[in-house]
Design a protein around this ligand. Structure first.
Ligand code: IMP
Ligand code: MG
Length: 195
């Protein structure tokens, strides 16, 4: 992998969502979730690696008895620009979710193929309920319809990085969500590296 400059911010062309905007939205989502579940225990299932900062902040904005679990998945098959909908589980749940109220915590829903697989997989484990919370929603590229219960921000069809989201595994540690300068992309464009 090419070495990138130490200051990753130099690669950002435009900040889409500031640290403050994200923090305010996370607080708002946490309050809504706390009210909706009305004191019932909830199990948050987050999907590594992109959802890590969102999960860490959201769980602390929720005022409910909660457990967390982590999964990691990767797409395979298809080609480099489109995910195939075939998903490989790299890390499975570490405990049963049977009869639990489960909330999936996602960083971004793009085509929806990954989440579609995940929802079917988790439903098979017989949770009492299954809802979805995503920080970002890119509806323009949706290939499968998925009812999403909690959406932070709807964003245009642009490839974004930061606050967990990567390009070539970098930029996850930025505190904001931004769009890369076009010259940062290789020949294949951003989608060539999206998992
Ligand atoms: P989907 O199956 O197309 O919905 O894929 C969702 C996954 O693709 C996310 O969890 C991200 O890992 C990745 N992804 C989609 N859009 C972006 C983006 O704009 N920036 C970074 N990663 C993205
Ligand atoms: Mg990625």
């Amino acid at each position: 992998m090419a070495v990138r400059p130490a200051d990753l911010r130099d690669d950002i062309g435009q900040i889409l969502l500031s640290e403050e905007q994200i923090a305010a939205k996370v607080a708002e989502l946490g309050a809504r979730i706390s009210a909706d579940y009305a004191g019932r225990p909830v199990t948050l299932v987050s999907v590594l690696k992109g959802s890590l900062p969102f999960m860490a902040d959201l769980m602390r904005a929720i005022d409910l008895p909660l457990r967390i679990d982590l999964m990691e998945v990767s797409s395979y098959g298809g080609n480099s620009t489109e995910s195939s909908g075939l998903v490989r589980i790299l890390k499975d749940l570490s405990a049963s979710i049977e009869r639990e109220d489960v909330l999936i915590v996602e960083d971004i829903i793009d085509t929806g193929l990954t989440l579609n697989y995940l929802v079917r997989y988790l439903r098979g484990k017989n949770p009492a309920s299954l809802r979805i919370c995503t920080l970002l929603d890119k509806p323009a590229r949706r290939l499968v319809e998925i009812p999403v219960d909690y959406i932070g921000f709807e964003i245009p069809d642009q490839f974004v990085v930061g606050y967990g989201l990567d390009y070539g595994e970098l930029y996850r540690n930025l505190r904001f969500v931004g769009v890369l300068k076009p010259e940062v992309y290789g020949a294949g464009g951003p989608e060539a590296d999206a998992e």
